[in-house]
Design a protein. Structure first.
Length: 531
């Protein structure tokens, strides 16, 4: 294995590693534009030029392989002069619209100018080459040709990742322009990834455009719940409002990418239809209720039905977290109730070989991990309800009218003596409820999901739930305790610890070990015995 010295520091790396990667491992930044770890090497921006002893001229770090004994300098005068020259060249015709550019705060041209250049422009503003601005190249992406630095990241993404060949360069020299290929639009399922990888403000999101300055936003590690893949994301938010998902690197799940449909699921987490307060059915309509009163009424009536020998059931969906599924099972045990699991997806759900899964639930495997087969017992529960045999039913995070023909489900729910619904939104099933309890979305709570491959991954609370809504694990734990059972109540981490102790595939998995890339269920070493 070769040993290389970079800026006076030595590191031994595997054969074939590039200089830029070796420097990265030492925490040394080599500026770059065209290089991206998820794409092929183009080597066209020349910003990553470094000085290598015994080499006659500067070499690009992105495409130069480490050899044993190599000595690299990244801050020599020759390197600094080259960096200034590259930046001046890139800025010759760049527009002076940084104050209104959507990339401000994330722009590598701005950052590198301040770090490596700071020269005054030698080109008068009227002599700059003018190109197209605010061109809608697709339904989700806007192009500003004047800002493009021709790094070709977006072109290579459409060639190598989506294989749709949507973007190309036209013309030559300082008149070169990025645009869509003849007869095409940028409308593939992953088109918004070109916005993420664009180092400047040439490609921007039409959904996020002009909505917020990034330096005002907070970032929270989260997961996309659009399908069973469980793509890792950074969730950007401010003052309780969610703004965007950006893919977060996970080599085992989504690499550097995520689909456009997954990004758009962020809008369903807030807005109209959210439940913000507990509801109890009155003589003619729902009435707002205090949490204590609603929980007491729900628990008291369920307990009465159980003592009278009535049949009870708990239905939990694959939209629930692992912790919520665990506590839903605890609730069923406290009531002596049966448990039915559901994981519905549209029959024509889209899917592909890259990331998108036909299963549009984030936690179908989480149900199976705890011994619940999705949809296996739902017909029995609805059948008992339709026959008037079901005394009490608790429905968690699902609208049963979507799983089976709505008129038949509605008729069955009307015959349930006592129906308790816990959900984020006021859906059709809740209209038949006696008590409705508002719970938080995954963006408003902590927890874990298990993706299609069995990888258990954490998500963290980014914002507070709206109104009086509470974390689902907290509400379920409260109900279990009111029914005489025991349940962890302090945090989602405590609930996960109880689940891991009970569930064999999770033995040895701790809350801390799940950060940042998750753990494949069944592969964790057993916890060391206490001394």
């Amino acid at each position: 294995m070769p040993t290389v010295e970079i800026d006076g520091r030595r590191i031994t790396v595997e054969e074939g590693l590039t200089v830029i990667r070796a420097a990265e491992r030492l925490g040394i930044e080599i500026p770059h534009y065209c290089w991206h770890p998820g794409l092929s090497i183009a080597g066209n921006c020349r910003m990553c030029a470094v000085e290598i002893e015994k080499a006659p001229k500067l070499q690009i770090a992105c495409n130069t392989r480490v050899t044993d004994g190599m000595v690299v300098h990244t801050t020599s005068e020759r390197v600094k002069a080259a960096q200034r020259a590259v930046l001046e060249f890139l800025l010759l015709n760049h527009p002076i619209d940084c104050p209104v550019c959507d990339q401000s705060g994330e722009c590598k041209l701005q950052e590198y100018y301040m770090d490596y250049d700071r020269q005054r422009s030698r080109i008068p503003l009227p002599e700059k080459v003018r190109k197209g601005k605010a061109i809608p190249v697709g339904p989700r992406v806007m192009l500003d040709q004047e800002r493009c630095i021709m790094c070709s990241r977006c072109v290579r993404f459409c060639e190598e990742v989506t294989r749709t060949h949507d973007l190309v360069f036209y013309r030559r020299g300082n008149h070169v322009e990025l645009n869509v290929a003849p007869g095409r639009t940028l409308d593939n399922a992953y088109s918004m990834n070109v916005v993420d990888i664009c180092p400047v403000g040439a490609l921007t999101s039409r959904d996020f455009r002009f909505r917020a300055r990034v330096w005002y936003l907070e970032r929270t590690l989260s997961l996309c719940t659009g399908c069973a893949n469980g793509c890792n994301v950074d969730l950007y938010h401010r003052d309780g409002r969610l703004y965007r998902y950006v893919p977060r690197y996970n080599p085992e799940v989504n690499q550097y990418w995520m689909c456009d449909a997954g990004r758009m699921t962020i809008h369903a987490l807030q807005g109209e239809g959210r439940l913000t307060t507990p509801l109890q059915r009155g003589a003619e309509a729902f009435a707002r209720a205090a949490w204590d009163a609603a929980l007491a009424a729900a628990a008291r009536r369920l307990e009465e039905i159980a003592r009278a020998g009535g049949r009870l059931a708990v239905v939990v969906s694959a939209q629930a977290s692992n912790e919520e599924i665990f506590l839903a099972r605890q609730l069923a045990a406290a009531l002596g109730a049966s448990v039915a699991a559901v994981a519905w997806s549209p029959p024509d759900a889209d899917h592909d070989a890259l990331l998108i899964k036909a299963d549009k639930n984030p936690n179908t495997q989480g149900l199976r991990l705890q011994g619940l087969e999705p949809d296996g017992a739902l017909d029995a529960v609805l059948g008992a309800a339709a026959r008037g045999e079901l005394g009490g039913l608790v429905v968690y995070r699902c609208d049963l009218t979507r799983w089976r023909p709505a008129p038949a489900v509605a008729a069955a729910l009307e015959r349930v003596a006592w129906l308790v619904v816990l959900d984020t939104h006021l859906r059709e099933t809740a209209e038949f409820a006696d008590v409705v309890l508002p719970v938080a979305t995954h963006a408003e709570s902590d927890g874990t999901f298990t993706n299609h491959a069995g990888r258990v991954q954490r998500f963290a609370r980014a914002v507070h739930p709206p109104g009086e809504a509470r974390a689902g694990w907290d509400v379920l734990g409260d109900l279990v305790v009111r029914l005489g059972g025991t349940a962890p109540r302090q945090s989602a981490a405590e609930v996960f610890a109880a689940l891991a102790a009970e569930c064999p595939p999770l033995h040895g998995v701790t809350w801390e070990r799940l950060d940042p890339h998750g753990v494949l269920a069944g592969t964790a070493p057993a916890a060391a015995p206490p001394r």
